[in-house]
Ligand binder design. Structure first.
Ligand code: NAP
Length: 314
């Protein structure tokens, strides 16, 4: 079965073929206000958008030429589309051994979010004996954030996720010191046993009750990386969702920072960050939970097949 490819024909200069797209939990795009200025709300009757990668077939846009592989964070899911050349970034799969799909994960938005979230808001220091807690830890950002926290100097890294198998992978394959299955265990009690010195840095992907339990066990001067609040996205609340009074008090009394983090506010650091992530991948220091099997060449073959079939039928 050939992979689905999206064809793009552009009146503003770039014709390309869409070969990969990402299913990310941007549930907020179903709201009138996404809460993030870089994400447009999905509109009824219009193609939904996500991060996508494609091959340029024709271009009048300066800096892009046929054969270039490009990425957009707002690529519509449709067979034919018009994309502004300025919304496309040229990517070089060679830096990740030709694994184009890594640009949707480890060196894409997830990897950049994990790395820049940790570096910008995490305040992790070498030899500072810090304990870092990651929620949504087996997700696309979370499994990278935990490993990056360790690489940046965290002494103890613990994850929270939703199954025993995910817990096993985090600990046995990715080197987390502990993992808590929030669906089966008492999170508060487990945190006490996994993080006996308290929690210094919290990379928060989920919000809600899990985050309340984590924040109650945070140390003086701790830092929260407010990455996402996935447990709250289906609720009719503003982003970030309001905190309980007692949690606000904990933050205030213990001087814990909790500033909103948006990765696309740090685009000037993307190139250096992609290089860092690619180097860690190449050295085997950063491991991935899963890899897509489809490769760009399959898309290209499918495209060639479609063109051949179209021409033969004429
Ligand atoms: N700030 C930024 O710039 C930025 C950029 C990208 C993404 N994000 C945010 O980062 C977060 C993670 O994104 P991702 O791409 O890593 O997503 P992902 O791969 O889908 O992972 C999300 C994880 O959250 C867990 N989860 C889902 N619902 C939950 C709930 N109600 N309670 C607890 N856990 C729940 C899921 O697994 P289990 O339930 O099995 O644990 C899942 O593994 C999201 O909140 C997203 O909006 C932020």
């Amino acid at each position: 079965m050939p992979p689905p490819c999206l064809m793009l024909d552009s009146r503003d200069g770039v014709d390309g073929m869409m070969c990969r797209t990402s299913l990310s939990p941007d549930r907020c795009q179903m709201n009138a206000d996404t809460g993030a200025d870089y994400l447009r709300p999905w509109k009824l009757g219009k193609a939904i958008e996500g991060t996508g990668i494609g091959l340029v077939e024709q271009s009048e846009f300066e800096g892009l030429a046929p054969g270039d592989i490009v990425r957009s964070f707002t690529w519509p899911w449709q067979l034919r589309s018009t994309l502004p050349g300025a919304s496309l970034n040229k990517i070089d799969p060679a830096i990740v051994g030709g694994h184009v799909s890594h640009f949707l994960g480890a060196v894409g938005l997830s990897g950049l979010t994990a790395l820049l979230g940790i570096r910008v808001k995490g305040h992790i220091r070498q030899n500072a004996n810090q304990t870092v807690l990651i929620s949504g830890a087996a997700g696309s950002c979370g499994h990278l954030a935990g490993q990056i926290a360790r690489l940046e100097g965290a002494a103890t890294v613990v994850g929270i996720c939703g199954s025993e198998e995910k817990c096993r992978v985090l600990v046995e394959e990715l080197g987390f010191d502990g993992a808590i299955n929030y669906k089966k265990k008492n999170v508060e009690a487990e945190l006490q046993s996994c993080c006996p010195r308290g929690i210094d840095v919290y990379f928060d992907n989920v919000g809600g009750d899990i985050s309340n339990s984590v924040i109650r066990q945070m140390n003086e001067g701790g830092h929260i990386v407010l990455c996402g609040q996935i447990s709250q996205y289906n609720k009719d609340v503003p982003y970030p969702p309001p905190l309980l009074n007692d949690i606000e008090q904990v933050l205030h009394q213990r001087s814990i920072t909790r500033e909103r983090f948006l990765v696309l506010h740090y685009q000037e650091r993307f190139a250096e960050s992609v290089a860092q992530l690619a180097a860690w991948l190449a050295d085997g220091k950063l491991k991935l939970i899963s890899q897509m099997n489809m490769v760009l060449t399959l898309c290209m073959k499918w495209q060639a097949y479609r063109l051949h079939a179209t021409c033969s039928n004429k």
